[in-house]
Design a binder for this molecule. Sequence first.
Ligand code: UD1
Length: 335
Amino acid sequence: MKKILVTGGLGFIGSHTVVELQNAGFEVVIIDDLSNTTIGVLDKITEITGTKPDFHQIDLRVKNDVKNFFENNKVDGIIHFAAFKAVGESMHKPLDYYENNLGALVYLLQEMRDRKLDNFIFSSSCTVYGQADELPITEKAPVKTAESVYGNTKQIGEEILKDASKAHNLNIIALRYFNPIGAHPSIKIGELPLGVPQNLIPYITQTAAGMREELSVFGDDYDTPDGTAVRDYIHVVDLAKAHIAALERLINKNNKKGFEYFNIGTGKGSSVLEVIKAFEKASGKTLNYKIVPRREGDITAAYADTTIANKELNWKTEKTLEEALGSSWKWQQQQ
Ligand code: UD1
């Protein structure tokens, strides 16, 4: 049985990926510092799969702790989620973001180099494309100057991986996620935003639940069919499965280059108003919303061309926007 280290394995995407890894027959060891999640998620994963993953509470910024972990654990692959991810916060705390998102990455790669470990999957983001000149966005689209420190950590992270792959003969895949949403169909795991949500779906579900008065729709004067911004919302379970596909590509040595990257989205763009309508349909609730000015830093439209990921990873999304929103709503209701 192959043993896979999942860093940030108790977070939103990490926990869903752990479940899919276990379902696919992998043994999982999780590292998480619990900075943005709770230990209860470990029990929920166990309830879903029937197997408790090995867990280590480690802060990956502590190099010695990282070293100690690898001294005692031999792994066949690493899926690295652990990172800070709040765009706004990253502008006020750039050094914390660079330290956590890039320092930890370097420490992990050094251990891989020193111990001859291989197979690394990195959480990247469609944010590397900025406002792409052409839609849908293919992997050929140029990486644009990052708008945020968070985005910059993803770009620099990819650069580090490319260089490390080349110099140390490591096989690495970066997955450039579009907008992950939804919750596990068991409704045992999902997104746990702390405080006032910044992202659209948690804000919608909290508004529908009466925790927020109304949703602000940021701008209706974009150059899109209905004037609201367009994104590619992907169900987190579909996204989790892309990691298994990428991992199997590396383990089976089907990769074509040492460092590869793929767009992970549905290929379908949805406007904010379309998401609101789909949510109302999925939940049976009417949503309070008003149009307000654009949010600074937002782009007009981003959705993936997934042709390459579909072919090379032998993976495609299976769930609809309504399914994703329905699961987000159920998750919200049982909080
Ligand atoms: C954000 C991050 C991105 C990250 C992604 C997934 C920014 C600039 N980018 O993307 O790096 O990968 O989350 O975590 O923050 N909206 C509203 N009202 C709201 C909230 C959002 O109208 O209360 C709109 C936004 O203007 C946007 C869309 O909904 O058009 C999606 O917003 P959001 O969920 O925050 O994701 P992104 O901004 O696309």
